[in-house]
Design a protein around this ligand. Sequence first.
Ligand code: ADP
Ligand code: AMP
Length: 218
Amino acid sequence: MRLIFLGPPGAGKGTQAEFICRDFHIKQLSTGDLLRFHRKQGTELGRKAQQYMDRGELVPDSLIIDMIKEELVKPEYKNGYLLDGFPRTIAQAEALDKLLEELNQKLDYVLILDVQTEEIVTRLTARRTCKICGKTYHLIFNPPKVDGKCDIDGGELYQRTDDNEETVRNRLAVYEKQTKPLIDFYTKKGIAYFINGQGEIEKIYKQIQEILLKTKRL
Ligand code: ADP
Ligand code: AMP
C-alpha cells in the first residue's frame, strides 16, 4: 500500500502515520524529519534547507525531489510507504508521478486531514518532539507518560524552532498558497479521501482505518 498524507502543518499527520504504519506494515517517509536529520548531520542539503525551514518557507523543489528520489529506491520502502509532508507543490506532485512510473508503482490513497487554523496554532505552539525518534506530543492534548521524555525511547522532548506562533502562521499561509492546490490535483485522480482531523486522536484513526479497510487495495 502506498499513500500520501496531505493537510496543513499540525493537522496530526505524524500522529496518525505512526498508527497506520504500525498496523499496515508500511514505512513512513516524512520529508520534514529527513531534512531535520540532514540539518543535525550538517550535510550540504541540511545547510541549504535550514534558512527556509527557519522562516517556515518551503525548501526548493529541486532539493526535495532529489532527496525523495534517493530515498524511495531503498529496500525498506518495497512493501509500501506513507509520504508525510510530501508532495507540497504541484511541481513535486508531478515529479512524484514520474518517479512512480519509473519504479512501476501506483499510489493507492491520498488522505486529506482537515483542521481549523486556530486549533492548529494551539496544537503547534505546545507541540513537543522527541530528539531521538521524532515522535510528537502535545503538552495538554497528548502528553508523554513522563514529563519531558519520549514514551518510546526516553529521548528528550524539545520544541521545534519553527513551532512558534509567527512561523506557524507563515507555514499556514504557505500551505494555503502552495500545497492546497494538490487537493484538486489528487481529487481528479479519484484517490483523495477527506478526514475531519478535529476530535479525539483514536476516533480520527478509526475514520482512517474504515477508509483503508473498506476500499482495500493492499
Ligand atoms: P503534523 O505531522 O500534521 O504536523 P502532528 O501529528 O505532529 O502534526 O500533530 C501536531 C500537534 O497536535 C502535536 O502536538 C500532536 O500531539 C497534536 N495532535 C495530533 N492530533 C491531535 C488531535 N486529534 N487533537 C489534539 N491534538 C492533536
Ligand atoms: P514538517 O516537518 O512537515 O512540518 O516540515 C518542516 C519544514 O521542512 C517545512 O516548513 C519546510 O521548510 C520543510 N519541508 C518539509 N517537507 C517539504 C517539502 N515537501 N517541500 C518543501 N519543503 C519541505
